[in-house]
Write a new protein. Structure first.
Length: 688
């Protein structure tokens, strides 16, 4: 039974009970409808509805979204609550999200516990509220707040909900408070559906629409939600609900909602494999070696999760730099209102900076974040190996280097893993956990436990140059440089990828991170590079010209006065020159052709990565590309997108491109096998 009912002294107590989050599926909907009739039959004074397990309800059961909707539908159930002569009171603990918030809004009264949150996050799953949210919320909180909550999907806390008029009071024990509500006062509260809709405000809708176009380009659900709220204002309540439902059902079967749901569940599936259960070390003290941008971000993430952190630096200059970097992160967090002064002082008090490795002795975990040089990293790991206790875990934040080679000289290479954070490390969600040939279960389990504690999305990666994400990135950039040299400009390439849904294209992104990092990497790979593979020299010329990106005032773009980007004809000329030297006749690529080349290059490489066992599943590659590299979330990640195109079609397109360059566009054998077997990338398992 997912809904339990009991009555005492004419008060009905209805509990939603579908662990872990009381997701609202068909059985729960049936139970709720039965509870309405039960309360009416008993002519109860009121019903107090709450959720079991400290959660009100997390919304409609998204696992049911792929199937046809089953009766009773949630809007009918909620109309029955709203229109019942027995008044319902929602006693909200934990979260009331989506359909959960819609249940609460159909009640006559809402009482919230202080730490609870309420919201309509449907747009984050690519749909709009489908059980009255777009009609009831504006009636309760007004247009401005309703538009903000529904189009961003961001839940709000109890105090804010109370100030907005969404809930009546905030009480430590909402069920007890609901019991104490005076019957006469309760009888005077008008059912939500009888509230007047707010007046239309053309300016508000225009500004909201512009805002969505700027901030969430390409995403369908927020814009549709806005239109549904607006249309609903001119309709009688029940007609507004019918319109909302129709749009909800349409979006639910659309590609964006499928993609976003895929990511939602892939993110939740990304946890430590069962065999690692119980093996993790509990980290109270961690050492971060190197207080550069990356190290400082990692240290800040660690102290924010309650870990004591020692940053080790080589000398006084290093300490000063680390201190400055940490100071900048704290100042930015303060100015954005993410922390207050007391929290800043608390975080700072958990952080020590030192040049003495002896300070690391009590740490359970060390993360080296020095620059990408094998000898430097080996020396650091050697020093840590000598000073940390034998069971401590040693991690490297290397982006490319061979973990096995790095760990080989240590007394105990089994304690080494890669923890590849993404800049800025305290914000970006992805954490690649790199498993070396000898990494122990305890070291891996500790990596996963840390990811959970830091609120990161963990993805296990095997050892190769660039692991999962940077290996794909290298091919993306190679395809971009080839398109640039053979006919486009960096800004045409960037525009094409922004149209696809990236926040910025590959050239603007490189300007932000600095062209020197990729250059150092190309130098490192020079000796082992396939001599038959085409090499585009333009990025090297940029280094010769001192154009390293934003930090030097110019990269692929110019940034006069440190401001916004400006196209640079000198850069465009570089490609014309290089093409001339190489005897290439340049061609015009359409945006569609540019996108196709860059995306196919990534898919082809990702398939090889999967085949080689560097990534465990197509879903893991989706998580990497979305949470580490800005692949548009609403496309579900690289491999989900590939499956939506169809593997056979991808192979056919790659074969056409291979006529131009057999090496760069060599079709991944894994893709070919999937196409031959008629399997999607999500279903296929590599032959290992
Ligand atoms: N449907 C189905 N399963 C859900 C779910 C949902 N709406 N919400 C959470 N779950 C599942 C998760 O998949 C996970 O399952 P697992 O243990 O098998 O991996 C389990 O519940 C616990 O979830 P989390 O791991 O996310 O637990 P947290 O404590 O970190 O977070 C939460 C809990 C804040 C409720 C978070 O899960 C969440 O944000 N859920 C989605 C909320 C949402 O988007 N609701 C809107 C749904 S659409 C809707 O309601 C339409 C309506 O308008 C008609």
């Amino acid at each position: 039974m997912q809904v339990t009912m009991r009555s005492e002294n004419h008060i009905g107590y209805v509990t939603l009970s579908n662990p872990p989050v009381n997701a609202i599926g068909q059985v729960l909907r049936m139970g709720l409808l039965e509870a309405v009739r039960w309360a009416e039959r008993g002519r109860l004074d009121r019903v107090i509805v709450s959720g079991a397990g400290g959660v009100f309800a997390a919304g409609a059961d998204a696992k049911e979204f792929d199937a046809a909707p089953q009766e009773p539908h949630l809007p009918e159930v909620l109309n029955a609550i709203d229109e019942s002569f027995v008044p319902w009171i929602a006693a909200i603990e934990g979260v009331a999200l989506g359909g959960g918030a819609e249940i609460a809004m159909a009640c006559r009264m809402r009482i919230m516990a202080p730490g609870a949150r309420i919201g309509l996050p449907e747009v984050t799953l690519g749909v709009i509220p489908g059980a009255g949210g777009t009609a009831r919320l504006p009636r309760l909180v007004g247009l401005q707040k309703a538009v903000e909550m529904i189009t961003t999907g961001k839940p709000i806390g109890a105090q804010e909900a109370c100030s907005a008029g969404l809930v009546h009071t905030v009480e430590d024990d909402p069920i007890e408070a609901a019991f104490l509500v005076n019957s006469e006062a309760l009888g005077c509260i008008v059912p939500t559906w009888e509230y007047h809709a707010p007046a239309h405000d053309a300016d508000l809708f225009r500004m909201a629409r512009e805002n969505l176009q700027a901030k969430m380009p390409g995403q369908e659900a927020p814009v549709r939600a806005l239109a549904v709220i607006e249309a609903g204002l001119a309709l009688p309540f029940h007609a507004a609900l019918a319109h909302e439902r129709q749009v909800f059902l349409e979006l639910k079967t659309g590609s964006q909602s499928k993609a976003l749901r895929h990511l939602f569940f892939a993110q939740r599936a990304a946890k430590a494999p069962a065999h690692l259960k119980g093996a993790a070390l509990e980290v109270q003290h961690a050492v971060v070696v190197g207080g550069g941008t990356m190290g400082a971000g990692i240290a800040y993430a660690l102290v924010s999760s309650g870990v004591q952190v020692t940053i080790l630096e080589a000398d006084a200059d290093g300490l000063k730099r680390a201190e400055d970097n940490i100071g900048k992160i704290i100042a930015a967090s303060l100015s954005r209102g993410m922390i207050d002064a007391a929290r800043a002082a608390d975080l700072r008090s958990r952080l020590t900076l030192s040049t003495e490795y002896s300070q690391a002795a009590t740490a359970q975990l060390a993360i080296e974040a020095a620059f990408e040089d094998m000898a430097v990293k080996q020396e650091i790991l050697g020093k840590l190996d000598a000073v940390l206790s034998a069971d401590a875990v040693l991690a490297t934040n290397t982006s490319y280097l061979d973990l096995n080679e790095m760990a080989a000289p240590l007394m105990d290479p089994t304690r080494v893993i890669g923890l590849h954070f993404f800049a800025p490390a305290h914000i970006m969600k992805l954490l690649e956990i790199v498993q070396g040939a000898q990494s122990s279960d305890r070291a891996m389990a500790t990596g996963y436990a840390l990811a959970k504690r830091l609120g990161k999305v963990p993805v296990r990666a095997g050892v190769c140059d660039g692991f999962i994400g940077n290996r794909i990135l290298a091919r993306y950039r190679e395809a971009a440089d080839t398109v640039f040299m053979d006919g486009s400009t960096p800004w045409e390439v960037d525009d094409a990828m922004v149209e696809f849904g990236y926040a910025m294209g590959p050239y603007e992104a490189q300007d932000l991170s600095g062209l020197d990092i990729a250059y150092a990497n190309r130098q490192r790979q020079a000796a082992t590079r396939d001599p038959n593979r085409r090499y585009v020299p333009i990025a090297d010329r940029m280094i010769e010209l001192g154009k390293l990106g934003r930090k030097t005032g110019a990269g692929w773009y110019r940034y006069p006065g440190g401001g916004g980007k400006v196209e640079d004809p000198i850069v465009a000329d570089l490609a014309i020159e290089e093409a001339h030297f190489s005897g290439i006749t340049r061609t015009d690529y359409s945006s569609q052709e540019i996108r196709q080349r860059l995306v196919l290059a990534m898919i082809n490489e990702a398939a090889d990565i999967l085949d080689a066992g560097i990534a465990q599943s197509a879903g893991d590659i989706d998580l990497v590309t979305v949470f580490g590299y800005g692949f548009p979330r609403w496309r579900g990640g690289l491999m989900h997108y590939a499956d939506s195109l169809g593997v056979e079609k991808i192979v056919a397109q790659l074969e056409i491109l291979a006529q131009e360059d057999t090496v760069a566009w060599k079709v991944s054998p894994f893709l070919r096998r999937c196409a031959d077997a008629g399997q999607s990338l999500a279903e296929a398992r590599p032959m290992r």
